[in-house]
Design a protein around this ligand. Structure first.
Ligand SMILES: [Zn+2]
Ligand SMILES: [Zn+2]
Ligand SMILES: [Zn+2]
Ligand SMILES: [Zn+2]
Length: 227
């Protein structure tokens, strides 16, 4: 599957930028105190300190997001947000690794793991890079970076989506002309392509029951993930 330029949309102003210039753009949008259109009465909320996080799929740079998370929020709300927007298929385990220590959804004492009920302010500071895994079997691995501490008039217990990549377009691996709408999990797991358009999926050797829909997530075509 070959894909083209990686654009994304700013959630605050709706404009489109490429991956590299989104960080600079958000500095402008955030400094201007811009709020997402859905927030009806931002004036009622006082700005609170948030971490501006950049999240990307470790093995596929096409998938990325910018998030604002209240500094006093627990790690668990980041886990819940990542699951909801990108990952959740059947309740797999997940864990963050921050400075060599693991914070897991179901901590195992034998492995000296902690839980996720820890405040971000105790763990993170600007410039820090850390990682996240969803599902220890068919793992989706993410990298996160703390870009800055900022002030946002946001909900204390919520993650705010500042920007994310637009859905990457892929051509069908079989006919090469139509856009792929299905992924054959069998072929994809063996790196044998498997991105198919509707007609090619219908006649695919592995059978249509092996196919999952193409979705805008690094977990596309993995396990039972359908978006
Ligand atoms: Zn913007
Ligand atoms: Zn699953
Ligand atoms: Zn095709
Ligand atoms: Zn197949």
């Amino acid at each position: 599957m070959s894909r083209r330029v990686l654009l994304g949309t700013c959630g605050l102003c709706g404009n489109i930028f490429n991956r590299a210039s989104m960080t600079r753009h958000l500095n402008t949008c955030i400094s201007a105190g811009r709020q997402p259109p859905a927030v009806s009465s931002p004036g009622k909320r006082l700005p609170i300190p948030v971490f501006h996080l950049f999240v990307e799929a470790r093995y596929d740079k096409a998938y990325w997001m910018h998030l604002a998370v209240p500094m006093e929020a627990h790690l668990g709300i980041v886990d819940a947000f990542l699951r909801q927007i990108w990952l959740e298929c059947c309740g797999h385990l997940s864990a963050f690794t921050i400075q060599g220590r693991r914070y897991a959804s179901a901590p195992m004492a034998d492995f000296q793991e902690s839980g996720m009920g820890v405040r971000l302010s105790r763990l993170l500071q600007p410039g820090m890079v850390f990682s996240y895994e969803y599902d220890y079997g068919s793992t989706t691995a993410l990298s996160l970076k703390v870009l800055a501490v900022r002030a946002r008039a946001t909900d204390r217990g919520a993650v705010e989506l500042l920007a994310r990549n637009d859905a990457p377009m892929a051509a069908c691996d079989q006919c090469g002309s139509q856009p792929a709408t299905m992924v054959c999990t069998e072929c994809a797991s063996e790196d044998q392509g498997g991105w198919l358009c509707e007609p090619c999926a219908d006649g695919h050797d592995c059978g249509t029951e092996m196919c999952l829909p193409v979705v805008n997530s690094p977990r596309v075509g993995v396990c039972g993930y359908t978006g």
